[in-house]
Design a protein around this ligand. Structure first.
Ligand code: PEP
Ligand code: MN
Length: 369
């Protein structure tokens, strides 16, 4: 009885000792984590990789060589490998949090201005126009129709077309850029067109108000860097098989090279599903909104590859918090030189705008900001 009481007291005392040591260890680990964060920042500034297995091995060997009683080399390895792995996680989080693309103040309440249109200011914006700029009459008819509707609109149209098949229509190139600019100006519509490479960037930037990076080019880091160095807003599309993390890192390329005027675009990703051209990843919209304050739009045409479900999917995109909708519009889709099967004719476009209720949408508080 007496001995049991004594054992209880001993156990209590020893446990108190363990509690004190735990707190001491935790304090040391906190101190260590601060140094880890400082190293992560230094390495990031110097463009160095966070993980250094050689250095870990070196530290482990030095620790295992120390006499440490009951705590032998095996136990030392077990504990310190865990500490190293956890530190790497802390480093990665530090690096991630330091990304410009994660800043919450990239776009203010006034939105990102392109011409007279404010993207991300609370009222959804349309990015509409043909897949490709084909001729004056086509652009004139489409632009006149877009301008007649009471919604903020950018006029899209490809002049340099990234076609899968090299024998397909490749675009009117400089002539197309001039045409897009002329027609846009005539109708007071800011223009957006795709830029394919660094070589043609100065030319494309000369003629349009916003530069589009297509799905095929999201990984073109030289192009992204060059776009970071110019004074024009960029519409960055998600690649077919890109994760959202990769899309954000592509945006980071542009931001870190000096251009913070970037809009992200979900345009469908490749899955096994064949009912749509791609699979529209609606969850991308709220997830991107949590990760960044850059505006996010949804391209219904390239995501769906069909016209009959653009309205419900467009409604879903807006309900998910999208700042705008991209859709291809042609006065005679069956005669279009590219993507005819998915382009809307003029009445169908008017019906989409009406169905989305954008002209009636009151200015709302931007989602997630
Ligand atoms: C486009 O918008 O014209 C286009 C080619 O889209 P994506 O790059 O998304 O395929
Ligand atoms: Mn197209």
């Amino acid at each position: 009885m007496t001995r049991a009481k004594g054992t209880d007291r001993d156990l209590k005392g020893l446990r108190a000792e363990i509690d004190r040591l735990n707190v001491g260890l935790l304090d040391l680990l906190k101190e260590r984590a601060d140094v880890v964060v400082a190293i992560a920042r230094l390495k990031q500034a110097q463009g160095l990789d966070g993980h250094d297995p050689g250095r870990e091995e070196e530290m482990l060997q030095a620790l295992q060589a120390r006499p440490s009683g009951a705590f032998g080399p095996f136990e030392i390895a077990e504990v310190f490998k865990t500490i190293f792995r956890t530190s790497l996680g802390v480093q990665e989080k530090t690096r991630k949090d330091a990304l410009k693309v994660r800043r919450r103040d990239l776009v203010g309440p006034e939105g990102l201005k392109v011409g007279n249109v404010a993207i991300g200011a609370g009222r959804p914006v349309m990015f509409a126009g043909p897949c490709a700029v084909e001729d004056e009459e086509q652009m004139e008819q489409v632009a006149a129709h877009l301008a007649s509707l009471p919604v903020p609109t950018l006029l899209r149209g490809g002049a340099f077309k990234p076609r899968t098949n090299p024998y397909s229509f490749q675009g009117l190139r400089e002539e197309g850029l001039k045409l897009l600019q002329r027609v846009g100006r005539r109708h007071g519509l800011a223009t957006v067109t795709e830029v394919l490479d660094v070589a043609t960037l100065p030319l494309v930037a000369e003629y349009c108000d916003m530069l589009q990076v297509g799905a095929r080019n999201m990984y073109n880091t030289e192009l992204l860097k060059a776009l970071g160095a110019i004074d024009k807003p960029v519409l960055l599309k998600r690649s077919f098989s890109a994760t959202l993390e990769e899309l954000l890192l592509s945006a980071e390329y542009i931001l870190s090279h000096g251009n913070e005027r970037v809009v992200l675009c979900e345009r469908g990703i490749r899955t096994f599903e064949r009912a749509t051209r791609n699979t529209l990843d609606i969850s991308a919209v709220p997830i991107l909104k949590l990760e960044t304050s850059l505006p996010v739009i949804v391209d219904l045409s390239h995501a769906l590859g069909r016209r009959d479900i653009v309205l419900p999917c467009g409604r879903a995109a807006l309900a998910a918090g999208a700042d705008g909708i991209m859709v291809e519009v042609h006065m005679a889709p069956d005669r279009a030189l590219s993507d005819g099967f998915q382009q809307l004719d003029l009445p169908a476009y008017a019906a989409l705008v009406e169905g989305l209720g954008i002209s009636r949408t009151p200015v709302r508080t931007p989602h997630g900001r």
